[in-house]
Design a binder for this molecule. Structure first.
Ligand SMILES: Cc1cc2nc3c(=O)[nH]c(=O)nc-3n(C[C@H](O)[C@H](O)[C@H](O)COP(=O)(O)OP(=O)(O)OC[C@H]3O[C@@H](n4cnc5c(N)ncnc54)[C@H](O)[C@@H]3O)c2cc1C
Ligand SMILES: *[C@@H]1O[C@H](CO)[C@@H](O)[C@H](O)[C@H]1NC(C)=O
Ligand SMILES: *[C@@H]1O[C@H](CO)[C@@H](O)[C@H](O)[C@H]1NC(C)=O
Ligand SMILES: *[C@@H]1O[C@H](CO)[C@@H](O)[C@H](O)[C@H]1NC(C)=O
Ligand SMILES: *[C@@H]1O[C@H](CO)[C@@H](O)[C@H](O)[C@H]1NC(C)=O
Length: 498
């Protein structure tokens, strides 16, 4: 009797579990059966809850598939593309799930490929390389390497995914000396649209190698990154909060700091005017991060002269603890947007004026718990000087020669879908008005940092015509049927760039 009931239950399982969805059923009938999560199960819900932006959590895929090896990723892609001959199986690709717009790495009425379990971090001391799965978060990378006295360029926030961040470029505290994170990749392992597993490096599939550095999810699913490593014995840094009356001194210090990064290649800094409704005052939050354990390094002299700080966590620290401090709250709806302009005091001063107006409007209209940070960070030539020698990327920064640039990013968080329009308009307003001012004094720049871009922006165009051509050619060569263009709606699509 027990046996018969068990058999009946097993027989019924495929239909019940796949909930009638054609594409999920196709996966269920393959050997991936126990890699699937379905709606209303606690495992499915907890994967949704682990997206950074609550807007991404509102999206409910028909199933989530969690491959555990490169071969299983290949089987997922083959199964979904073959099934698509009958009915289109659209899918999303997720690593850390930290993109702050809906649908970047999750999909309604489709399949989400969740790379959570492809997260191994393996250090090869002989080759000074660390091999990392895309589903790893930066905390996993830092806590593996740090005790061994080595590190790699990595994100600045512990919970962010290695996969998405690296494919968009990647800015690290080590970038002044070692370059962007994507330029520290020596080899990618990639599952192509037809399920083939290939590597891409300076010598193998070198065109694919170049376009993966900045090209997002247009070419395949990356299943491993091999990053170069270097010696490391700790850092100095932390967060310092100041009253907003110091803003002009902060900008002056930042402009000079950015202009002298060549002389101080260990130093990184971010200036962030901030307002949080729960705190209720206008403040400035600075991040100082020096890649050696030297107290109060000379590079920060001008910043350290600014009096009146309200709190200060700087000290001799390590990368994991600094990254944990910047983990970011995961309980809000979020807007990121991006803009690049010259490292120029006039643009920063005007940008802050525009911010004060936008902030006043939000204070008048917004409800509940909300906050806004506006990040100013240096993007100097040191960050891209070594790119070409390492096989190149598609960001197009070389065309700006010796120009020192500034990356600007509003990071806004709030509660409640009914306020989406208010806050998203505030972000877009900041971007468009600051851009117009920068343009009016000839200090604008076309580059848009993909990892900070809102889905209303077009970062791939900002890489320049030559790089757009390279990406289009690689997409055609490695994905001739346009699987990643047509079946994967999330991300920035090269086919949409004219
Ligand atoms: C709190 C916070 C801190 C941040 N700090 C930094 C920072 O210090 N430096 C920095 O440069 N950026 C930073 N970012 C921005 C970050 O780089 C982007 O949000 C990035 O998209 C996150 O990557 P992910 O893997 O977590 O995201 P996901 O949303 O999982 O993926 C992002 C995009 O990449 C695609 N993708 C992911 N994995 C793969 C893969 N294996 N193969 C193919 N395509 C893939 C996805 O489809 C999606 O389009 C930060 C973001 C947050 C929220
Ligand atoms: C999941 O739960 C929601 C309500 O929580 C319900 O509306 C929906 O029908 C359920 N879906 C399935 C497939 O059981
Ligand atoms: C990094 O710093 C944290 C906090 O001080 C500490 O707990 C941790 O052990 C440190 N890691 C290493 C590898 O020293
Ligand atoms: C500082 O904040 C106050 C409100 O707290 C505001 O009135 C003032 O304009 C702000 N000044 C600057 C320079 O941001
Ligand atoms: C912050 O203020 C305290 C107290 O005045 C001071 O000792 C400290 O050096 C300041 N920190 C920075 C980073 O300027």
């Amino acid at each position: 009797m027990i046996c018969i009931i068990a058999l009946l239950a097993a027989a019924a399982l495929p239909v019940i579990s796949a909930q009638g969805d054609y594409c999920c059923t196709a996966l269920y009938r393959s050997s991936l059966q126990d890699r699937l999560l379905f709606p209303n199960s606690t495992t499915y819900e907890s994967r949704l809850d682990s997206y950074f932006d609550v807007k991404q959590r509102d999206i409910t895929p028909n199933c989530i598939v969690q491959p555990r090896s490169t071969q299983e990723v290949s089987l997922v892609v083959k199964t979904l593309t073959v099934a698509s001959i009958t009915k289109l199986c659209r899918f999303a690709i997720r690593s850390g799930g930290h993109t702050p717009y809906a649908g970047a790495s999750n999909i309604e009425d489709g399949v989400t490929i969740d790379l959570q379990y492809i997260n191994a971090v393996e250090y090869d001391a002989k080759k000074s390389i660390v091999r990392v799965g895309p589903g790893a978060i930066w905390d996993g990378v830092f806590t593996t390497l740090e005790p061994l006295g080595v590190i790699t360029t990595g994100g600045r926030s512990s919970t962010v995914g290695v996969g998405g961040l690296t494919l968009g470029g990647g800015i690290s505290y080590f970038s002044p000396e070692h370059g962007l994170i994507c330029d520290n990749v020596q080899e990618f392992e990639v599952v192509l649209a037809d399920g083939r597993i290939v590597t891409a490096s300076k010598t193998t599939n070198s065109d694919l190698f170049t376009v993966l550095k900045g090209g997002n999810n247009n070419f395949g699913i990356v299943t491993a990154f091999k990053f170069g490593t270097f010696n490391y014995d700790g850092m100095w840094g932390g967060l310092v909060i100041y009253p907003n009356t110091t803003i002009q001194d902060q900008f002056k210090a930042l402009v000079n700091f950015a202009n002298t990064i060549d002389k101080n290649p260990k130093g990184a800094a971010i200036v962030m005017p901030v307002y949080q409704s729960a705190v209720g005052s206008d403040l400035i939050l600075n991040a100082y991060d020096y890649a050696e354990p030297v107290p109060r390094p000379a590079a920060y002299e001008e910043f350290l002269k600014i009096p009146g700080n309200i709190s200060d966590t700087t000290g001799i620290r390590n990368m994991s603890s600094l990254a944990e401090e910047l983990a970011g709250s995961m309980t809000s709806r979020v807007y990121f947007g991006t803009l690049t302009f010259a490292n120029d005091l006039r643009v920063m001063t005007e940008a802050h004026k525009i911010y004060m107006g936008v902030l006043a409007n939000l204070k008048a209209k917004a409800t509940g718990d909300w906050g806004i940070y506006t990040l100013y960070q240096p993007l100097p030539p040191a960050y891209w000087r070594q790119s070409v020698a390492r096989g190149g990327n598609v960001l197009g920064l070389e065309r700006f020669n010796g120009q020192v640039l500034c990356l600007y990013q509003p990071y806004i968080s709030w509660q409640g879908a009914e306020q989406d329009a208010l806050f998203q308009a505030a972000g877009a307003d900041l971007i468009s008005r600051i851009r117009a001012f920068a343009k009016s004094i000839d200090k604008d720049n076309p580059y848009l940092y993909l990892d900070y871009a809102d889905n209303t922006q077009d970062p791939l165009s900002g890489y320049g015509a030559e790089n757009v051509k390279k990406m289009k050619a690689a997409a055609k060569k490695y994905d001739p049927f346009g699987v990643f263009q047509n079946l994967v709606p999330g991300g920035f699509k090269i086919s949409k760039v004219t």
